[in-house]
Design a binder for this molecule. Structure first.
Ligand SMILES: [Zn+2]
Ligand SMILES: [Zn+2]
Length: 178
């Protein structure tokens, strides 16, 4: 039987199709669930909670979960390495279904109802993982660091000259011999 702040007992809800219940909670996130699958350069800070606001509605065969998840994220700007952060704000609509009867195909689009409970934690973690910025910027027009001296070009100007593209060097030879 799953346990945790995002586990909801749905036996009562499922007694009558079309019944609804609401879950509004601030749940701590599991870093283990968030980290390994993430290709993002940003992450949810350790210990930061996700604000979850869900409506569960029973239907014949399962429970529909609609709602919203919000969580903070932090990372570094991909151009200038300044710390950046923000909030993911995700609208969700997912189904939880009974496990398939013997011989029936599994509904791969749905999350499982385990016993009389639904565990919203996998739903929340997967949604946040998918939404974390891949390569965040401190601002759209961040000027980045000088590749030669490392100066932050948002705050200072340096006198470095961009190296010449070696593909033009042979043209220079032609030019000077004419
Ligand atoms: Zn930047
Ligand atoms: Zn420079």
């Amino acid at each position: 039987m799953p346990v945790g702040p995002l586990v909801v007992q749905v036996a009562q809800l499922r007694r009558r199709s079309g019944s609804t219940s609401r879950l509004h909670t601030s749940a701590p996130l599991d870093q283990v669930l968030l980290t390994p699958a993430s290709a993002a350069d940003s992450r949810v800070p350790e210990g930061a909670p996700a604000d979850c606001d869900f409506v569960l509605e029973s239907y014949d065969g399962g429970v529909m979960v609609t709602g919203r998840v919000r969580a903070p994220w932090s990372g570094v700007c991909r151009r200038c390495t300044a710390p950046v952060g923000g909030e993911v704000d995700i609208a969700l609509k997912e189904r939880y279904c009974d496990p398939p009867a013997r011989g029936e195909p599994e509904d791969e689009e749905a999350y499982p109802i385990e016993g009389d409970a639904v565990d919203l934690a996998p739903l929340v973690h997967e949604a946040i993982l998918a939404e974390l910025p891949l390569a965040p910027l401190c601002r759209e027009d961040c000027l980045g660091l000088c590749p030669q001296c490392g100066a932050d070009r948002n705050h200072e100007t340096c006198s470095c000259v961009a190296p010449r593209d070696p593909r033009w060097a042979s043209l220079d030879v032609l030019r000077s011999s004419s």
